[in-house]
Design a protein around this ligand. Structure first.
Ligand code: IPE
Ligand code: IPE
Ligand code: MG
Length: 254
């Protein structure tokens, strides 16, 4: 009897924690992957070394999201304001998708990950577009995690673009102004096929949105960490999920 008790207790604890783990998992997690440059600077390395390291963390967090049963992972990879950076850094960032996919696409395929992007895709360099287009086509029938890269994404640009399309459709009698509501407007955004993020994570200690998903995060839960993106890990991701699981979302109710 006394031999069995600890075993029983452990088993009960394990079952309980497993139950909790699956409870209330965010469907859609969005991450502002920030701090690559500072990570590199701290090590006396060029900023691009931080971006390179950050790329490998993306792979780890994709795995963590899959393991945690997250359905959509949106990663802010390049903003419409990031063009302001030195050309050499921008050029490096524009080559990263191809490099990432070259290394990881086979594994993403194996794990049924589907790749998508949001943002002004047409304005990306041809070589970037080609690499991503190929990956989108190749993964389009996968039914696992949706890995959504925000690339050349800016929320104000997205909203302005939507407004212009709405006005064009009203002009062309494809849409009546009486039918324009929050749901119809959402159909004009890049995220039209996605649910809103449940959890928004930002690394590196900055606590701002930097033009990310302004419309879509109206009721998202925010989670910040001082950890720089290249130091982010599955363990920290799980801490964020765990915190989220304890939160009570009220949406204005009681
Ligand atoms: C995030 O890291 C990656 C991109 C914005 C592309 P940063 O490059 O912004 O790194 P910090 O914020 O300068 O440290
Ligand atoms: C936001 O980070 C954009 C990405 C992570 C891709 P930034 O580093 O560009 O944001 P700010 O300039 O600090 O607000
Ligand atoms: Mg930054």
């Amino acid at each position: 009897m006394s031999m069995k008790l600890p075993f029983l207790k452990n088993k009960q604890q394990k079952d309980l924690s497993e139950e909790n783990d699956l409870d209330n998992i965010p469907n859609h997690v969005a991450i502002i992957m920030d701090g690559n440059g500072r990570w590199a600077k701290k090590r006396g390395l060029p900023r691009i070394a931080g971006h390179k390291e950050g790329m490998n963390v993306v792979k780890e967090i994709v795995k963590a999201a899959r393991n945690s049963n997250v359905q959509i992972l949106t990663l802010y990879a390049f903003s419409t304001e990031n063009w302001k950076r030195p050309k050499s850094e921008v050029d490096f960032l524009m080559k990263l998708p191809k490099e990432f996919l070259h290394i990881y696409l086979p594994e993403l395929m194996e794990n049924k990950v589907r790749i998508n992007t949001i943002g002004d895709f047409d304005a990306l360099p041809d070589h970037t577009k080609e690499a991503i287009h190929y990956a989108k086509e190749k993964t389009k029938n996968n039914d696992g995690l949706l890995l959504n890269f925000a690339l050349n994404y800016g929320s104000r640009f997205e909203i302005m673009r939507a407004i212009k399309q709405v006005m064009t459709d009203i002009d062309g009698s494809k849409l009546s102004i009486d039918n324009l509501d929050e749901n119809t407007f959402s159909e004009y955004l890049y995220t039209k096929d996605l649910t809103d993020p449940d959890l928004l994570i930002r690394t590196s200690g900055e606590q701002r949105l930097s033009n990310f998903l302004l419309w879509q995060v109206a009721y998202s839960e925010f989670w910040f960490t001082d950890v720089l993106w290249p130091d982010f890990s599955e363990e920290i991701f799980k801490n964020a999920l765990h915190d989220y699981q304890q939160r009570k979302r009220r949406y204005g109710g009681i």
